[in-house]
Design a protein around this ligand. Sequence first.
Ligand SMILES: NC(=O)c1ccc[n+]([C@@H]2O[C@H](COP(=O)([O-])OP(=O)(O)OC[C@H]3O[C@@H](n4cnc5c(N)ncnc54)[C@H](OP(=O)(O)O)[C@@H]3O)[C@@H](O)[C@H]2O)c1
Length: 356
Amino acid sequence: MAVLRPQAFDRIADEPVGVAILGATGSVGQRFVQLLAHHPWMEVRALCASEGRGERAYGDTVAWAQDTPIPALSAALRLRDPGQLDPKETPLVFSALPGSLAGPIETALAQRGFWVVSNAASHRMDANVPLLVPEVNRAHLELLRAQPGPGAILNGPNCSTAGLVLALAPLAQRFGLATVLVTTLQAHSGAGLPGVLGPLANRNVLPRIEGEEDKLETEPRKILGALSNGQVEPLEFAISAMCNRVDVLDGHTECVSVGLQREASFEQIQQAWSQLPGLDLPSAPKHPARYLADPQSPNPVQHKNLDHGMSVVIGQLRPCPVLDWKFTLLSHNTLRGAAGGAILIAEIAIRNGLKG
Ligand SMILES: NC(=O)c1ccc[n+]([C@@H]2O[C@H](COP(=O)([O-])OP(=O)(O)OC[C@H]3O[C@@H](n4cnc5c(N)ncnc54)[C@H](OP(=O)(O)O)[C@@H]3O)[C@@H](O)[C@H]2O)c1
C-alpha cells in the first residue's frame, strides 16, 4: 500500500488541519499546545497523555509550565487514548512520547492512516523515515515513498542535533566537512518534566546524558547525507560528541571545532551561515543560522528566544589550533530542537510533501 497524503493537506486554504498531540502534558507536549494555539494551518483537536490521567480535561490535569496561559480550546479538551483517535478528525499527529514507548504506538498510527511527526528517537534512524531539518534536507521527504502507508512517520532530530546541523550544513556544502568535535551544555528542560531532580541538579554540571552522544554522532550524518536511488547515503565525516547537563532552564549551548576539506576564511564562514536561506513557512525563521559578533554571544539568557527560538545563534568564531575553526552555538531545545522543529516539518509536509 502506498503512503496516502491526507486530503485535508490540500484544503488548508479552506480549513485548518486537525491535530492530535501524544505526550501533551510533558515538556515538549506543552510546547506543541502553546505553539499551535494560533497556528494559521493547524488546529489542536485531541490530546493524549499517560493512562493514569484518565479522561480528565487537559486544563485540570496538566502541570502547565509555559510562560503563556494554557490556550482555552486545549484546556477544555478531554484526554484520549491514542486508540480513540480518528484520522478523519486529526490526520496529523505530533508525538512527544518517551522514546521507550513511542515506536510501536507511532507505527500503529501510521498503519491507520495518520501522518505522525515525532520528536522521539524510536524511528529516527529507520531507512525509510525522513529525519528532517527542513532548511537543510527537505529533499529527504522522498523517503516517504518507501513507507508502507497508508499513513507516514516523519521525524525531528535530537534537540542538540537540530542546532548543530543548521550550523554545519552551510560549512559542509561550501567547504566540505572532515572532522567535528562537539561538547554540549544542555538545559534542564531537555530532560523532560519534572526535570533533573536530586542533590546534584542545581548549580552543577553533570557529565553524562544517557544515549545522547550516540545520537549526536549519528543523526547529523543522516541529515547531511545525499539521496541516492531513494535512500540516504550518510555524509562521511568524523564526529565526536561529549554531552553535559548544566543548570540552565532552556537552551542548549554547543562548543564546536571543525576540520574542513577546503580552506575557508572567517568572512567566508560567516557568509555561508548568513546565506542559509529561510523557508516561506509560518514557523520558519528568516535567517535560520545567525551569527552574532557581540563578545558574550551566544548565551541562553539573552538569545534562546531570538527568532521565536527557531534559529541557531552562533558566535565566538575563531581559528582552532587543532582543527581549522571553532565556534559556539545556541539553540532552543523545546522550540527548534523539538516542538517548533516538528511543526516546521509538518508545515513542509503539508505544503510540499509527496503530492501523488
Ligand atoms: N525535552 C526536550 O528538549 C526534547 C527535545 C527533543 C526531543 N525530545 C523527545 O521528545 C519526547 C518527549 O520529551 P519530554 O521532554 O517532553 O518528556 P516528558 O516531559 O517526560 O513528557 C512525556 C510525555 O509522555 C507521556 N507519557 C509517559 N508515559 C506514558 C505512557 N505509558 N503512555 C502514554 N503517554 C505517556 C507523559 O504523560 P504524563 O504526564 O501523563 O506522564 C508526558 O505527556 C521524548 O522522546 C524526548 O526524547 C525532547
